[in-house]
Ligand binder design. Structure first.
Ligand code: ADP
Ligand code: ZN
Length: 714
């Protein structure tokens, strides 16, 4: 019986249900029709062509520009028991021959190919012999010069349909904009193919914006709350990546920098070590990330403001691809806007282009300055309406209040006016707060009527409000005159005519609520401490296995999967297969080792008298035993064999629990087994099969084991 698509999802990937759109897309492909799939990074695009590949005869060819990724993708498929290979320039000719043979013999379900390989040599001829049934074009926006990552070699794909008119093409991308979308379909020659658009929401990503003053201490604070969690810090310049990385290293964090100016060997080593969880933190320019499929990136921090929402969303999208909670932080201050604006003005672009870039920057600014749910703003950018506030962004958690800021603005503006528009933020704050420091006194600013009129506000409050004023155009800033503030038309309206302006109430960092678990550093409940400890133990096991097998840890199991194991503590095959992300092949390869680890952990935590781990398999058995159930009853209720139940009870007894084994077996069976054991001079640890046979195969293994255990323990 052929598998259904649901069964294939469970069997090979260990997932119980499809995400929205996946099933429809798979059906379309299986009907032999072309389509375009738009899903955010981490949305689950691969399943859309991998499941069809498994369900049909023949070969699925995946065209991907990300050569560096192919090895990992193939590795991940193999770990799920799916035959896959790749063809790209990194293969030696004998490796390539072996791929050709496998394809020819029909031993491959999926073949990853770099676009330039597709049309070189006689690859096309081979495809015709290999029974290719589906082409998947990954990162399909690369075919369009409208997209943000045009690759000329992708243009050749437009002849794919000429070569293989009857074979369906599924194109996949995370780029949403309509022009690019239409262009992809046109270029691929499948103009009328349906487009499936999945939601761009990534609810597991928390969204936070923090003021960009004192970023390093804030990062340090953040890292302390996220020990061992892999993450990326994006910076604008190469220099910044180096200084931030150095500063983190000096504080004993496992951080490395990454930018295009480093030697290639060093870059690939850093990347490799990050994938393998040997480095916790990458401090990088945007050169890092494209082609990184690491599913357990737990956070992304933007040290500087990205130029537009698309880039921002793509970069934060690299966090939490496994679906487990992940955090994103954007540092934001008025200097970032100025810097970005200068970059646009000084660029070689046409006036029209500059306008477009400026408009995109404004949308980014809107996100950063939001005083309503940030997710709403992001998703509205992708044309998605959202019904309610997300509850997982800093604005939702710290609702903003607005107040009449006219008086504050007048104080600040008057300070600027009376100093001849020569002061920058720091000095203005000193004047407003009445600080008698050297610089203030030297210039005689202490004699100004504005001196000290802003004493009621703290320094960091003023800094926040001045940033807000700048951002809403209350005054200007002259970047080229040591950042001094300048008055503009709006400033004068506020000063002279009392024009009203609103500000958003400042909440000091220390008083802000963070993500739920960080709300108050309260004592964690015992269950949670245990869960976290087990997670850590399973993570280490995964790391050891990954190192031994020379694959990245997330290829073995995702963070989400081991988190679920730590939560549910599966100890049988059936329970293990119930965990999302554990398919049949994964179980066969790694399942037993993880069960052992969980059992080991449970044992360490179930010493008599310390019944910490509730719900553990032994204790469940123990509980039923104490209630007086028979072996068969316990076995039935727990879905275990009697033999396993006996093994549990023996173990519990050996660990000092008060277990009376003798009443569990009838006198007759007991004496019969022992007599047979004596007859064949049976020694503990020997296989039971001969004894089972000698007893005429009438007595269950569980009972034999029990009788022997009683004799040994006596
Ligand atoms: P992308 O769209 O970025 O290519 P992937 O295909 O890598 O995303 O999928 C992201 C993650 O989601 C992977 O870990 C994948 O195994 C997982 N995933 C995909 N489909 C499902 C599903 N139906 N249920 C649970 N997890 C899924
Ligand atoms: Zn929100």
């Amino acid at each position: 019986m052929p598998l259904t698509k649901e069964q294939a999802l469970k069997e090979y990937f260990g997932y119980d249900s499809f995400r929205p759109q996946q099933a429809e897309i798979i059906d379309t492909v299986l009907r032999g029709e072309d389509c375009l799939v738009l899903m955010p990074t981490g949305g689950g695009k691969s399943v859309c062509y991998q499941v069809p590949a498994l369900l049909q005869e023949g070969l699925t060819v995946v065209i991907s520009p990300l050569i560096a990724l192919m090895k990992d993708q193939v590795e991940a498929l193999r770990a799920n028991g799916i035959e896959a290979a790749y063809l790209n320039s990194s293969l030696s000719s004998s490796e390539q021959d072996s791929v050709f043979w496998k394809a020819k013999l029909g031993e491959l379900k999926l073949l990853y190919v770099a676009p330039e390989r597709l049309f070189s040599g006689n690859t096309m001829e081979h495809f015709k012999q290999w029974n290719v049934r589906l082409f998947a074009v990954d990162e399909a926006h690369c075919i369009s010069s409208w997209g943000h990552d045009f690759r000329p070699e992708y243009r050749q794909l437009s002849s794919l349909k000429d070569h293989f008119p009857g074979i369906p093409v599924i194109a996949l991308t995370a780029t949403a904009d309509r022009v690019t979308r239409r262009d992809i379909l046109g270029q691929l020659g499948v103009k009328s193919a349906p487009t499936f658009v999945a939601s761009f929401d990534r609810p597991n990503l928390s969204l936070t914006v923090l003021p960009s003053r004192k970023r390093l201490p804030q990062i340090e604070q953040f890292l302390k709350k996220h020990p061992n969690q892999p993450g990326i810090i994006y910076c604008l310049s190469r220099k910044t990546t180096e200084t931030v990385a150095a500063s983190l290293q000096s504080r004993d964090f496992r951080a490395e920098c990454y930018h295009a100016g480093l030697p290639a060997a060093q870059r690939s080593r850093v990347q490799e070590r990050f994938l393998n969880d040997d480095i916790q933190i990458i401090v990088a320019t945007i050169a890092f990330g494209m082609g990184i499929d690491k599913s357990n990136v737990r956070w992304v921090i933007h040290y500087n403001l990205p130029p537009n929402v698309e880039s921002f969303y793509q970069e934060i999208g690299r966090a939490g691809r496994d679906g487990a909670p992940a955090d994103t932080v954007l540092f934001y201050g008025y200097q970032d806007i100025i810097m970005r604006q200068d970059m646009i003005m000084n660029s070689e672009q046409s006036a029209e282009q500059k306008e477009l870039l400026q408009a995109k920057l404004n949308r980014m600014k809107q996100y950063a300055e939001a005083d309503l749910c940030r997710r709403r703003i992001l998703l509205s950018y992708f044309n998605e309406a959202v019904e309610k506030d997300c509850g997982n962004c800093d604005v939702c958690q710290n609702p903003r209040t607005r107040f009449d800021g006219t008086l504050l603005a007048q104080k600040a503006l008057s300070g600027i006016a009376r100093t001849g528009e020569r002061v920058a933020m720091g000095m203005l704050i000193d004047i407003l707060r009445g600080s008698r420091n050297r610089a203030v006194l030297d210039r005689g600013y202490d004699r100004l009527p504005t001196f000290g009129v802003g004493r009621d506000q703290r320094g960091d409050e003023w800094a926040e409000y001045l940033s807000q004023m700048l951002n809403s155009g209350v005054m200007d800033i002259a970047y080229d005159e040591a950042h001094s503030f300048k008055l503009n038309a709006l400033s004068w309206q506020i000063l002279k005519e009392g024009k009203k302006i609103e500000l958003v109430k400042f909440i000091p960092l220390a008083e802000r609520k963070a993500r739920e678990e960080e709300l108050i550093p309260k004592e964690k409940p015992k269950q949670e401490i245990i869960r976290d400890a087990l997670f850590e133990q399973l993570r280490l096991l995964r790391k050891q296995m990954a190192d031994a097998l020379n694959v990245p840890p997330y290829v073995i199991f995702s963070d989400k999967t081991i988190a679920e194991m730590a939560q549910k503590r599966p100890v049988s095959e059936a329970q293990m297969l119930d965990v999302s992300g554990v398919g049949a092949e994964k179980y066969r390869r790694y399942g037993e080792a993880f069960v052992q680890e969980i059992v080991k952990f449970a044992k360490e935590n179930t010493k008599p008298g310390t019944r910490v781990v509730k719900g553990m398999t032994y204790l469940m058995t123990h509980e039923l035993y104490e209630k007086g159930f028979t072996l068969d009853d316990i076995a039935q209720q727990r879905g275990l064999t009697t033999s396993t139940v006996v093994a549990h009870l023996v173990k519990l007894r050996d660990e000092g629990h008060d277990i009376q084994l003798r009443p569990l077996i009838s006198d007759r069976t007991y004496t019969e087994v022992l007599a047979a054991a004596d007859e064949m001079n049976f020694k503990p640890g020997e296989p039971l099969a001969p004894l089972f046979e000698l007893l005429g195969e009438r007595i269950e293994y569980g009972m034999i084991r029990l009788a022997l255990a009683i004799r040994e323990g006596a």
